[in-house]
Write a protein that binds this ligand. Structure first.
Ligand code: CP
Length: 288
């Protein structure tokens, strides 16, 4: 009921998004403002990166203005970690780096699932589609399996990351994967989706793809689109999730995206709360 609290009054939060974003950038800004922090948004076209300034000089310049937190999205994997290594007085939050990680998306996904299922222990969570290029998938694999979920990755073999393929061969032998986390790989969606508690559809990341990774969009849709008939093989109260932005009709049918099973908008709503919690903990160190 209380729209705004004074917890972070006087704190300055910068967002540096060198790649497009709607929900992550806006929800971080909203989260910060609901906690009364001041927010400054920096975009590639509004910064001196346009004139050739390096990322290192950009972040050192921002730190020199005594901002408290830098929230970064960047097309290069590892950029926020590089920035964090060189900054001593400003905290860095990764809002998505290349195809490496999107930690706050995984936190909000875990939170959304937990609210519905109570616990992730033993839940079957099927992640579908372009796993190779998905930082959301990478962060979710580790977050959800660490919380006890059985994570099943399913997609075309060309869009499965090579580093995950040993998991598949070890599971076929009947042995555990090295980390003891319950992660498996399938290439048949109709089989993988059976009895799923949660289905997470991923965006087909055409901007990060090399040519020839899928035969055609039509063929991709035929095998990997989440449709009513496919989803009916999952559990009756399956949660259908997608990190967004959606390519309706390619990964997820329009009727499902806006249907009763869809948790897509709820994920966005929860993203604000999760990012509020993160900023609060980061800047006050006080457990909520
Ligand atoms: N899920 C996600 O990262 O969406 P945006 O690219 O809109 O931030």
């Amino acid at each position: 009921d209380i729209k705004k609290v004074p917890s972070l009054r006087g704190k300055v939060i910068l967002t540096l998004f060198n790649e497009a974003s709607t929900r992550t950038r806006v929800s971080f800004e909203q989260a910060a403002k609901l906690l009364s922090a001041d927010v400054i948004n920096i975009t590639p076209t509004s910064s001196s990166a346009e004139k050739g300034e390096s990322l290192l000089n950009t972040v050192l310049t921002l730190q020199a203005m005594h901002a408290d937190v830098l929230i970064m999205r960047d097309p290069s994997s590892g950029s926020p970690y590089f920035a964090a290594r060189h900054l001593t007085n400003m905290k860095v939050v990764n809002a998505g780096d290349g195809q490496h990680a999107h930690p706050t998306q995984a936190l909000l996904d875990a939170f959304t699932i937990k609210r519905h299922l109570g616990s992730l222990q033993g839940a079957k969570i099927v992640i579908v589609g372009d796993i190779l290029h998905s930082r959301v998938a990478r962060s979710n694999i580790w977050a959800l399996s660490s919380l006890g979920a059985r994570v099943v990755l399913v997609g075309p073999p060309t869009l499965l990351p090579k580093e995950l393929l040993p998991i598949q061969s070890q599971n076929r032998d009947g042995s555990n994967n090295p980390s003891d986390l319950d992660i498996s790989i399938e290439t048949d969606l109709d089989y993988a989706i059976k009895d799923a508690d949660v289905v997470i559809a991923l965006r087909l990341q055409k901007e990060r793809q090399q040519k020839g990774m899928i035969p055609s969009l039509r063929e991709y849709t035929r095998r990997w689109l989440i449709t009513d008939s496919r989803l009916s093989k999952a559990k009756a109260h399956v949660l259908l999730m997608h990190p967004g932005p959606l390519n309706e009709g390619i990964e997820i049918s329009s009727s499902l995206a806006h249907g009763l099973s869809s948790r897509v908008e709820e994920q966005v709503t929860n993203g604000v709360a999760v990012r509020m919690a993160l900023l609060y903990l980061l800047l006050t160190g006080v457990p909520i």
